[in-house]
Write a protein that binds this ligand. Structure first.
Ligand SMILES: Cc1ncc(C[n+]2csc(CCOP(=O)(O)OP(=O)(O)O)c2C)c(N)n1
Ligand SMILES: [Mg+2]
Length: 338
């Protein structure tokens, strides 16, 4: 282990969180899961066009990392980070309209998925090109540093996306300028149908941090508190002015790449082994064992979530699609004639 890795050793899981925080984390994990179940159903009913990419297996990474951020921090969720968008405060009705491409959605029906951002909540909207949001989020970190705001900027990349040139350029720039930047690699064992052994030869993607002179930390991505603490440590380092951190969160993509993919190429035994560590149930069981939740509270949370999702689904279904003219609006900067 190098000095850089040793200095980035994560704090004890959950050491900085009280019982109410733990129950809030549980709520967001369950909400993410239930929201995506709803999206799958709507997709199968033909209500959602395009693709649905769920975060099954990644919920703890998205929720745990976003929970470590403050409102002023900049966040760029990627395609498996619905939980992060929820923690950062994206309204559920608004998100549902976005997935259903309604005219009143953040992108006004031009797109679906998490391709939207909010200045109010300091979130940046992702584009599909993997890796492209790394330099963009590094740019946000540079802006925050120049402003002296004390805010950090965080984004994610998959194991597959970590091989792209933007990964190197973004991290190197952030390291050299000691920017308050955090990059989380969501290592979920597959990039579409390509397993990690065909993607890179290094032992751990976290070791790439050494190449940039920054800490590279590996965390158990099925343990929401481990992700939270590693991210929290990284935010502290960033706010001290010590620069970026690379975090590799080890997890498993528990469903297909998208809902159009039956993931028959993933060995059954592999899925079964990871199922035993499924992040949402794992955290729920932990809270039940610790007496921080009881069975009745779990049911009440599930009912509350179902009601919120019923409301948002109906709201979105009742919302009109965009007018055709909307397709051209907001795409180019207005000219003098406009
Ligand atoms: C530059 C680029 N190449 C290819 C794609 C198509 N694509 C979208 S997601 C994906 C798989 C990405 O795998 P990974 O980075 O491991 O993320 P995961 O989907 O597993 O979370 C691919 C190939 C893309 N969006 N951008
Ligand atoms: Mg992957």
């Amino acid at each position: 282990m190098t000095d850089i890795q040793r200095s980035a050793k994560a704090s004890d899981p959950g050491a900085h969180l009280g019982p109410d925080d733990l129950r809030r984390i549980h709520y967001y994990l369950k909400l993410t899961q239930a929201f995506e179940e709803r999206l799958i159903r709507l997709y199968k009913q033909g209500q959602i066009v395009g693709g649905v990419y769920t975060s099954r297996g990644n919920e703890a990474t998205a929720v745990g990392s976003a929970f470590a951020l403050e409102a002023r921090d900049v966040l760029t969720p990627m395609h498996r980070d619905l939980g992060a968008a929820l923690v950062k405060g994206d309204p559920i009705r608004e998100l549902m309209c976005q997935f259903l491409a309604r005219g009143n959605s953040p992108t006004k029906g031009k797109d679906s998925n998490l391709h939207h951002g909010s200045r109010e909540r300091n979130t940046l909207g992702m584009i599909s090109h993997l890796g492209a949001m790394i330099p963009v989020t590094v740019g946000a970190a540079l802006a925050e540093k120049m402003r002296g705001s004390g805010a950090v900027a965080l984004t994610y990349i998959g194991d597959g996306g970590s091989s792209i040139g933007d990964f190197h350029e973004g991290l190197n720039f952030a390291a050299v300028y000691r920017l308050p930047f955090i990059l989380i690699i969501e290592n979920n064992q597959y990039a579409f149908s390509t397993p990690t052994r065909q993607q890179y030869l290094c032992q751990r993607l976290a070791d790439r941090g050494v190449a940039y002179g920054i800490p590279g930390v590996q965390v158990d991505g099925t343990d929401v508190l481990a992700v939270y603490e590693a991210t929290r440590d990284a935010t502290e380092r960033a706010r001290r002015g010590d620069g970026p951190t690379l975090i590799e969160s080890i997890t498993m993509r528990m469903r297909g790449h998208s809902e159009a993919d039956n993931f028959s190429y993933v060995p059954k035994e592999m899925l079964e082994a990871w199922d035993a560590k499924e992040p949402v149930a794992r955290f729920e069981n932990r809270l039940l064992e610790q007496g921080l939740l009881d069975a009745a509270q779990v049911i009440a949370t599930e009912e509350r979530i179902a009601a919120v999702l019923d409301d948002a689904t109906q709201f979105a279904l009742d919302s009109p699609m965009a007018e055709p003219a909307e397709a051209a609006r907001g795409v180019y900067a207005p000219s003098k004639e406009d």
